[in-house]
Design a protein around this ligand. Structure first.
Ligand code: PEP
Ligand code: MG
Length: 899
């Protein structure tokens, strides 16, 4: 039998969204439920896919449409375009995933020079008939025949001017008839074609135009942003038109089955008497609250509320419904599971559980980490008429107000004096860290969501807008200039919206987040806070993945604990070598012999011991995974170029350069690397810089002793970075165990500390079976694993070409944001399997940025990872997603919905 491409509404169901599109599937479902849906049929997405491949509709499609049209005409008792009393149809797009307004729709198909009189007579409204015809010719001309929209707009503008009208509502029948003639002439001039008078030809070409609109610019951009695959195609629904503008006993409206803002049950919506759907959307007239329909048309109102109840019970979710009343007769035109705000999502999920409509796993599938994140940030009350200074990438959400500063000294100076500041830089580097810490928000001219500024800002929970390319940042001149020429000098107050990616001049009013207050304090309150708390409790109970934090300081550790961390999965130790200790690190680097190194190491030891003691105290009773030093040593030396300039200037002016400075410069010259990311760092430092890790490990061991003596319950774990071969791990492990045994003996308290490794190089993943023999645990450093698998340096890619790759669709999402399942993910999967085969009790975690990314979390759950470790601010969302993953929410759907 030949494939059937066309499906009557009464032949489908809501499960068939892939074939019928969301709209077609829901119309079919409602028809099946016996609801009053204007009859029609849907051309499946499979026909569109043939069209996209071949440029032609499938053979036999037109004949199938003819057959279903005959059925439709019979059901309605009118014929398409019949001169006396025509059947008119709407031809609408409808993809599997909602793409609101991104594709074309053509209404009133079937009107022509004859049937326009029939419509006028049958409706008793001549102006309405001519206005409908005018709309059809215009819509058809642009979408089907490709005439520039401005050509029609020009006609309307001129006609309005001639008649002295402010808008189109004042046109009379004779005006509209004249406009139709002019429109037809425009079509003839621009395309050499006539506007088709044959209703069937109108229909066939409209169907093709809707297919074509799948590949339109708007639709493609939208799909890229929403991660909707390009090859799905759209369905086309053809449905009998009903008219809400048929007099006082007619109207049109939108209804929700419950309050979309709070989730409370009840009747919510708008109704516009004697109007068409377009009028509601365009807001030309003010709609009435839906409740007022009860007085206007009690029978329709009662019918409608009955249907709303039925739909909600049937869909077990908030539905939004478009309806029309045509001369006292109610028609349901569309329903779908309603869009909602983040707050409403949590409240509705809980309300539906309380009403017994859904269970908790279903409730968790209705909310997500992105929504929870949105609820944790302060936001601006209103943007009002504030001046927009810049627009960029919304890199780290939230809202902040402060004085613009352009460098670290100014940022720290003002912040120390209690002034909130916004750090504005062309881009940031590790040297800007103190300024970022001091600032409320960071704005950069270059870079995207995974640039240095973005990653660091998210890690610190700071607001960040990146890549504000139109903002001209003049650091030397201490000012920046917006696209419209607005100049902002240092010290000017600006407002940064990291959720929208915008920067405004002046201070906008801020609203704090009640959800964050709950997460910080545990204090619950009715409404959204209660709903979030309940969902998190359920997620915590359901999840298999433990959720730990990346935290380096006691303050971070304490915050992580409040946000529900089960310990620290990554304590980076590099910051313990910064600040005043940098001088000691310099001495360490300059030393040529063990004896020279000793004083520097001995001086560093007590600082490090104090740091570890504090962190272990903050995480008492919970594991703290301490990673030994990772970055190349020259990162701790002053900037090489700046030092070279300083020395050159000193020499040129005949000054004697500072001998220490000369030695440091020479050392940085010696240590400089072509590819620091692949150079002397990670485990290589431990093996090649004598005494370095012995000092770190001793500090950890002595901190444990101090905590035990103080009655604490420390659980440190030591993690070795950047291991490529088991031989490296064995050597370092032996050293770690030797030092810990020494400390234990000295103190008379055994120091028990598992030793594990990061898996962040492809070779480590590929030889995970061997490495597992020497490791108590693995933790995937997916940041480096992504860099080394792709052969991409994250910062360089971000600054140079990643955005271009995304724009051109070479990548649909940055692999630094969401785990690349096919490449990096495959290595992760293999390492999990081979590691566990070698050592069944191997604990496995993830501590790269991906551990806080919703879509990636579902992948890690799937491959059998034991724990995630992410920045404290991402913990609540990670807990929620881990719970959702356990409830087997479709991982593909999560990837698609990622923002
Ligand atoms: C990683 O590489 O994923 C990781 C956590 O280490 P870092 O980001 O500190 O290199
Ligand atoms: Mg790393």
């Amino acid at each position: 039998m030949a494939t059937a491409y066309v499906h009557d509404f009464d032949a489908g169901s809501r499960e068939q969204a892939a074939l019928l599109g969301g709209k077609g599937a829901n119309l079919a479902e409602m028809t099946r439920l016996g609801l009053p849906v204007p009859p029609g049929f849907t051309v499946g997405t499979d026909a569109c896919r043939v069209f996209l491949r071949t440029g032609e509709v499938p053979v036999g499609l037109d004949a199938e449409i003819a057959e279903h049209l005959t059925g439709l005409q019979r059901a309605i008792g009118r014929r398409l375009g019949e001169p006396d009393d025509p059947l008119l149809v709407s031809v609408r797009s409808g993809a599997r995933f909602s793409m609101p307004g991104m594709m074309d729709t053509i209404l009133d198909v079937g009107l022509n020079d004859a049937s326009v009189f029939g419509l006028a007579k049958a409706s008793g409204r001549e102006r309405f008939a001519w206005d409908s015809y005018r709309r059809l010719v215009q819509m058809y001309g642009t979408t089907v025949l490709g005439v520039a929209a401005a050509r029609f707009e020009d006609v309307l503008t001129r006609r309005r001017a001639e008649r002295g009208l402010a808008d189109d509502l004042g046109f009379e029948v004779s005006d509209l008839a004249g406009i139709v003639e002019e429109f037809k002439a425009v079509i003839g001039q621009d395309t050499g074609e006539e506007f088709p008078q044959d209703p069937r030809a109108q229909l066939d070409r409209a169907v093709r135009a809707v297919f074509r609109s799948w590949t339109g610019e708007r639709a493609r951009v939208y799909r890229r942003r929403e991660h909707i695959p390009d090859d799905l195609g759209t369905a086309v629904t053809v449905q009998a038109m009903v008219f809400g503008n048929s007099g006082p006993d007619s109207g049109t409206g939108v209804a929700f089955t419950r309050d979309p803002a709070t989730g409370r049950a009840g009747v919510y919506g708008d109704y516009l008497p004697d109007a068409q759907g377009e009028d509601v959307v365009s807001g030309v007239r003010n709609a009435l609250p839906l409740q007022e329909l009860e007085a206007l048309d009690p029978r329709s109102y009662e019918r409608l509320t009955g249907i709303l109840g039925l739909l909600e019970t049937h869909y077990r979710d908030l539905c939004d419904v478009e309806f029309t009343i045509e001369r006292g007769r109610l028609w349901i035109l569309q329903t779908r599971v309603g869009k909602r705000t983040a707050e409403a999502a949590f409240r509705i999920a809980c309300a539906l559980v309380d009403e017994g409509l859904i269970d908790w796993p279903q409730a968790l599938s209705r909310v997500d980490g992105g929504q929870l994140d949105q609820l944790t940030f302060p936001r601006f009350d209103a943007h009002g008429d504030a001046t927009l200074l810049a627009r960029g990438v919304p890199a780290s959400p939230g809202a902040a107000v402060g004085a613009v500063v352009f460098d670290v000294p100014e940022a720290t100076r003002r912040a120390a004096a209690g002034e909130p500041v916004v750090l504005v830089r062309p881009e940031t580097s590790p040297d800007d860290l103190p300024g970022m810490i001091a600032a409320e928000a960071v704005v950069t001219g270059r870079g995207g969501k995974t640039s240095h500024a973005a990653v660091v800002a998210r890690g610190m929970g700071k607001v960040c807008v990146c890549g504000a390319a139109d903002l001209d940042i003049d650091v030397a001149g201490r000012r920046c200039t917006g696209a419209d020429g607005t100049v902002v000098a240092e010290g000017t107050t600006v407002s940064v919206d990291g959720t929208a990616g915008t920067v405004y001049v002046g201070a906008l009013p801020l609203v704090a987040s009640a959800v964050t207050r709950y997460l910080e304090t545990g204090i619950r309150s009715a409404g959204v806070v209660e709903a979030v708390a309940r969902c998190l409790e359920q997620a915590d109970a359901a999840r298999r993945l433990a959720v730990l934090a990346n935290a380096d300081t006691p303050a971070d550790a304490a915050r992580a604990r409040r946000f529900g961390a089960g310990g620290i999965g990554l304590c980076r130790t590099e910051h313990m070598f910064l600040g005043p200790r940098r001088r000691l690190v310099e001495e360490l680097i300059l030393a040529r012999t063990d004896a020279d190194r000793r004083p520097a190491l001995d001086a560093l030891l007590p600082f490090q011991r104090a740091d570890f003691t504090e962190i272990l105290a903050a995480m008492d009773g919970l594991p703290v995974t301490i990673r030994l030093l990772d970055p190349p040593l020259h990162e701790f030396l002053p900037d090489h170029t700046e030092a070279a300039v300083r020395l050159a200037v000193a020499r040129a002016t005949g000054e004697e350069p500072d001998p220490h400075e000369v030695r440091v410069y020479e050392a940085s010259e010696r240590l400089r690397e072509q590819n620091p990311m692949l150079g002397l760092r990670g485990v290589r430092l431990a093996l090649l810089v004598p005494g370095l890790i012995a000092t770190q490990v001793r500090a950890i061991g002595e901190a444990v002793v101090a905590r035990v003596r103080a009655g604490g319950d420390p659980h440190p774990e030591i993690m070795i970075p950047l291991v490529a071969t088991v031989a490296e791990l064995r050597l370092v492990r032996a050293e770690v165990e030797r030092v810990l045994a020494e400390v234990g003996q000295e103190a008379g308290i055994p120091v028990d500390c598992p030793v594990g490794t990061m898996i962040e190089l492809p070779r480590a993943a590929l030889t995970a079976g061997e490495i597992a023999a020497a490791a108590d645990f693995f933790s995937f450093g997916t940041n480096d694993l992504t860099q080394t698998t792709w052969g991409l340096s994250r910062d360089d890619a971000e600054a140079a070409f990643l955005a271009d790759y995304l724009d051109r669709g070479i990548l649909t999402v940055s692999p630094f944001e969401t785990i690349d399942r096919e490449g990096v993910g495959r290595l992760v999967r293999l390492a999990v399997e081979e590691g566990r085969r070698a050592r069944p009790d191997l604990r496995i975690g993830v501590c790269g940025e991906h551990a806080g990314d919703p879509a990636s979390i579902h992948f890690f759950h799937e491959v059998g990872v034991d724990y995630l470790s992410c920045s404290p601010y991402r913990l609540p969302a990670a807990r929620l997603e881990a719970g959702r993953a356990a409830g087997s929410v479709d991982a593909e759907e999560v990837t698609r919905r990622r923002r």
